[in-house]
Ligand binder design. Structure first.
Ligand code: MSP
Length: 520
């Protein structure tokens, strides 16, 4: 029977403004998407993970001007020297990278908006209001905060807004308020977490204003197809990346396979664009909205959103050069409940590295490999049940799987690390180094060693999505690469099936998974 092709699991990150280099706030969302997609790949699903860059608009244009080059040269340079390399630095396995200056994007964007224009969804009008270039968004006067000298400031950036008065084209967003509310009602998990959903509901319940979608005071953007004296507003160009990268307008088969996106991961500052404007645009075009928009919190510095404009941005390299990419990924996803704000500190990072990674996971692996080396010449004893450890492993898998289903990345990591902790205690309590002294207890020693190896196998499968480098080392040390195949091919669903590591697997002491960090 021909296998029917199942829809892919499609995850996106926001596409990042290339006005500057990436900081850890940007890397955070990408790492979250990477963990999520690696997990789904390990479920055996067909997965597509998209990221990219948002290159048009005033913010990028002004950065290019300040840098003394054209916007195209500026973005070309930053994408190649900063935004693509950072993906390697953080070890992200994205399937595609879209730039809004790609023709595959800009041409389809023009077609999309021409279709909406032809369908009467767009009209000509005038608008005047306060605009924040850093958000690339008109603000409502009531949202602004007071600055010095009576200046009105953007509440997110704390920088003065500019009065913008324009005659341009509008999208009939106001017509979609009721449709959106009905959609949110029918899809209660469309916006997550709950706090984000409530914010969106409250916002849309007030009614929506029509959206100004073109600009005529500058030209760094996609030309409006029906009026080339305007360019498209950067956000209504950028949001379409999720569709254009998936084959919208060029490859219907691929688009059907990918669309709707399963989850758009976004920072909470860009929630309304994704949960209000974007589904309305799709509804207007007769396309299905994404299945979920999940808003993550901010990385804070001194209680404020980390940002380059405020000079608080830390480049990922700075942390990764010290701790490595695995620990970087682990730290942010483990320390901060996904969806809430969190702060970074070197002390906290170093403390977790030592306590969780070196003293728990690294230590358990090194205890096992040395003991199998010392007592069994590096050959794993035959499979044997150890109910307490097996049940802890089963519990870890079930808990972690349920957590991933609701994008509780922290919960999945905690489940795996709880297993490691339980098994470290089990080793301490059963004291195999004592058992080894008593020849009549050879079977007990075999059981302890085997159970510990199996628990580590399960932990490796569960932690591989967040720490692929360390888990590959562990996988090799367990002799699993040779006997069970690559770790990335291990199915999470089957991870807890006891007895997968075969008798005689070669267990070796390898390089440390988490080397000691020299105090600075
Ligand atoms: N270009 C738009 C997104 C368009 S998506 C169609 C944009 N770009 S951005 O570069 O300013 O921000 C991209 C993402 O990085 C956003 O999700 C934003 O929340 C996130 N972060 C930027 N600073 C952050 C922190 N300090 N902490 C966590 N995430 C932060 O918005």
């Amino acid at each position: 029977m021909a296998e029917q092709q199942k829809k892919a699991y499609y995850v996106t990150t926001p596409i990042y403004y290339v006005n500057d280099a990436p900081h850890i706030g940007h890397a955070y969302t990408t790492v979250a998407g990477d963990m999520l997609t690696r997990w789904h790949r390990q479920r055996g699903e067909d997965v597509w993970f998209l990221t990219g860059t948002d290159e048009h608009g005033q913010k990028v244009m002004r950065a290019a001007e300040a840098g003394g080059v054209s916007p195209q040269e500026w973005t070309d340079r930053l994408v190649e020297t900063e935004w693509k390399p950072v993906l390697q630095t953080i070890d992200a396995a994205n399937d595609d990278f879209i730039r809004t200056t790609d023709e595959r994007h800009s041409e389809r964007v023009r077609e999309f908006w021409q279709t909406l224009y032809d369908a009467g969804e767009v009209f000509e009008g005038a608008y005047e209001g306060p605009y924040c270039v850093h958000c690339e968004e008109f603000k409502l006067p009531g949202e602004l905060v007071d600055g010095e000298d009576g200046a009105k400031l953007c509440p997110i950036h704390n920088r003065p807004v500019e009065m913008l008065s324009e005659k341009n084209y509008f999208f009939r967003l106001s017509a979609y308020a009721d449709k959106l509310l009905a959609f949110y009602e029918a899809n209660p998990t469309f916006v997550q977490p709950e706090s984000a959903r409530n914010e969106v509901l409250a916002f849309v319940r007030q009614g929506l204003q029509d959206l100004s979608i073109t600009r005529s005071t500058f030209d760094w953007g996609i030309p409006v197809p029906w009026d080339d004296s305007h360019v498209l507003y950067v956000w209504i160009d950028a949001l379409l990346n999720y569709a254009t990268a998936a084959g919208y307008g060029t490859d219907p088969e691929r688009f059907a396979h990918l669309w709707p996106a399963d989850v758009h991961l976004v920072g909470k500052d860009i929630l309304r664009f994704h949960a209000v404007i974007w589904p309305a645009m799709l509804m207007a075009a007769g396309l299905e909205p994404p299945r979920q928009v999940f808003a993550n919190g901010w990385l804070l510095v001194g209680g404020e959103k980390m940002s380059k404009t405020k000079l608080t941005g830390i480049p990922p390299r700075q942390i990764i050069d010290v701790f490595g990419s695995d620990a970087f990924r682990y730290y942010f996803l483990r320390a901060i409940p996904f969806g809430q704000d969190g702060s970074f500190s070197w002390e906290d990072m170093a403390a977790r590295y030592k306590a969780d990674l070196a003293d728990q996971l690294g230590n358990l692996a090194s205890r096992l490999t040395s003991m199998v080396g010392r007592y069994r010449d590096g050959a794993l004893p035959a499979p044997v049940d150890e109910p307490a450890v097996r049940e802890a492993a089963e519990h870890a898998v079930t808990t972690a799987e349920a957590a991933i289903d609701v994008i509780d990345l922290q919960g999945a990591i905690i489940a795996a690390m709880d297993l490691v902790r339980v098994v470290n205690n089990y080793v301490s309590e059963t004291a195999p180094w004592q058992v080894a002294k008593d020849e009549t207890r050879a079977a007990d020693l075999d059981r302890i060693l085997y159970a510990t190896a199996e628990a580590l196998r399960v932990a490796a499968v569960l932690l591989n999505p967040v720490m692929p480098k360390a888990c590959a080392i562990l996988w090799g040390a367990l002799g699993a690469e040779v006997t069970l195949g690559p770790i990335a091919d291990q199915r999470v669903q089957e991870a807890a099936t006891w007895g997968r590591l075969p008798a005689g697997a070669t267990v070796t002491k390898t390089e440390p998974m988490f080397p000691r960090i020299e105090d600075e």
